[in-house]
Design a protein around this ligand. Structure first.
Ligand SMILES: [Zn+2]
Length: 141
């Protein structure tokens, strides 16, 4: 579907394990949240903080982040010196963005969209570049 644009995000194994556990607990409902971090001089994005926020749709096929929770977390994280770099959500299926995901990705073209599959625990990330969906390389350390 997409070409790799060379963008890399780095996420800790501990955060990945924590997210998978939370997603398993809510399965088949999708969990969602926001990613905060720092952008290195080499352009690499370091995820420093992952926050799970309420999925107000309570759905297994879509998510919508509670806007008030997101705003509160955005202000808290900015005070901590972190930038909002993207969003994550879980899929009961594969880690490929749905048509709805792509629609919302277009509204947040700077953001990284991380998806966790509960089939195989694959973690994939995407971003819109020149209105195309591109893969983002996820480095787990
Ligand atoms: Zn999705």
């Amino acid at each position: 579907m997409s070409k790799d644009e060379g963008l890399i995000i780095r996420l800790s194994k501990r955060e990945v394990d924590w997210l998978i556990k939370a997603a398993q607990k809510s399965y088949p409902l999708e969990i969602c949240g926001a990613l905060f971090g720092l952008i290195n001089s080499d352009g690499r994005i370091l995820i420093k903080k992952v926050v799970i926020l309420s999925n107000i749709l309570n759905s297994s096929v879509a998510f919508q982040i509670d806007p008030e929770e997101f705003l509160a977390e955005l202000m808290r994280s900015e005070n901590e010196g972190l930038r909002h770099v993207g969003f994550f959500h879980s899929h009961p299926g594969s880690a490929t963005p749905s048509d709805i995901d792509v629609k919302f990705m277009r509204l947040w073209p700077e953001s990284i969209w991380l998806i966790i599959s509960l089939i195989n625990y694959e973690i994939a990330a995407y971003r819109i570049v020149n209105s195309e969906v591109r893969n983002v390389h996820v480095e787990i350390i």
